[in-house]
Design a protein around this ligand. Structure first.
Ligand code: CP3
Length: 364
């Protein structure tokens, strides 16, 4: 196992860096350049634990918020104001590209996405429409344009999509599942159909992410939430080629982040997909994970999202440990290892941001 080479030259160089805007700080880290302090944002920060988001949801259902650019922008900005994070992740959902593909779905509270007619055969795959983001999800692009104007330099505007594998899990299974048995049966049993499905999703997602970048997203994250279901061989055969293509196509347009969880056994292969930052969960210490990813890619993470439910001294120790393991090396974006849990106290997250921003890179 290789480790990240220690270096002191850049540490001296960053000691005097002038304070940076949140956006500049995030983008510098995404490009593995020196920063004044470590940038931080939280997955699922737009909603979930915020009372102001719950109040918004009392008035409008989830899809109304997601499909209304003004409301989506409002929800996106809530955590930026409250936490002072360096990244503003668009309020949206990984299911939205299905609007353009012609697949009806709903998002049920406490259940998640539900598709009445899942995609399970070659004929189903053939019916999927491939359209540009402007045609399929114009409201996503409109929300990004509003946010671009509203945010200025305060925070980097983060777009996102599901990775093809994770979107396929919902499309084939029809809803959240622990094991995704129908999806994996299709993947293993009908590889030609699987390949066509993944090709179609890859094309849709490339258009979707390009549209987001053109509309103002500073960086984009691919959520591959269910990758932990795969072993190394299945990953390399049935999922990796498609994410690799997406990152290759986006290279040079905006920094990319690749999120997954429960994927300790896949880390090197995941890094080889070619994102700028690899988002890791808490199952490996950050320095060990970075050593396996390699110093030529940045890292995002990796505080355990349940740790922020504990008393402050434990949270503080955990956050400082993450920073210590990052060692001030350029290319670290602080985050949780997975999304915020709904029962999280927002004040604790605000304190985590203060802590991360208060620790200069050189002493972190
Ligand atoms: O980070 C953010 O806050 C930005 C918005 C965002 C949402 N979903 C809003 C949302 C993002 C980035 C997502 C991604 C997403 N959606 C993922 C990948 C992230 C992960 O956790 O692994 C997945 C798997 C989904 C699918 C999905 N949508 C689920 C599992 C759920 C939860 C259902 C529930 O109520 O627990 C949703 C709904 C959803 N997406 C909510 C929000 C704020 C809650 C819906 C509500 O307000 O009722």
């Amino acid at each position: 196992m290789s480790t990240v080479a220690p270096s002191n030259s850049w540490q001296e160089a960053v000691a005097d860096l002038a304070p940076m805007s949140g956006r500049a700080r995030f983008l510098a880290a995404a490009r593995r350049q020196p920063v004044d302090v470590t940038p931080v944002w939280f997955m699922r920060q737009a909603g979930r634990c915020l009372p102001e988001y719950r109040a918004l949801r009392e008035r409008h259902d989830f899809m109304t918020v997601a499909r209304s650019p003004e409301l989506a922008a409002e929800a996106t900005l809530m955590p930026v104001s409250r936490f002072g994070v360096d990244g503003a992740v668009l309020f949206a959902d990984i299911m939205l590209p299905l609007d353009g593909m012609g697949v009806p779905f709903e998002i049920r509270p406490n259940v998640g996405p539900v598709i009445a007619d899942p995609i399970r055969s070659a004929a189903d795959v053939d019916r999927l429409r491939v359209v540009d983001a402007e045609e399929g999800t114009p409201y996503v692009l409109a929300a990004l344009r509003l946010l671009k104007a509203e945010l200025g330099e305060r925070a980097a505007l983060l777009g996102f999509a599901a990775a093809p594998f994770t979107l396929a899990c919902y499309l084939v299974e029809g809803r959240s599942s622990r094991d995704y048995p129908r999806t994996k049966a299709l993947m293993y049993g009908e590889p030609a159909v699987w390949h066509r499905l993944m090709e179609t999703l890859t094309e849709v997602l490339i258009r979707y992410l390009r549209g987001q970048i053109a509309a103002g997203a500073d960086a984009v994250q691919l959520f591959d939430s269910w990758l932990g279901l795969l072993g190394p061989d299945a990953y390399e055969r049935h999922a990796l080629p498609y994410t690799r293509r997406i990152f290759a196509v986006l290279r040079g347009t905006a920094p990319t982040i690749h999120f997954s969880t429960g994927t300790v056994s896949l880390l090197e292969a995941i890094a080889s997909a070619g994102s700028d930052l690899v988002s890791v969960d808490w199952r490996l210490p950050l320095d060990a994970a970075w050593g396996r990813i390699g110093a030529e890619q940045g890292i995002q993470g990796n505080l355990d999202p349940t740790l922020v439910l504990a008393p402050w001294p434990a949270v503080e120790a955990g956050a400082r440990d993450v920073l210590r393991r990052a060692g001030g090396r350029p290319g670290h974006v602080f985050n949780l290892g997975h999304g915020i849990l709904p029962e999280t106290d927002p004040d604790v997250l605000a304190r985590v941001v203060e802590l991360v921003h208060g620790v200069p890179e050189t002493t972190g």
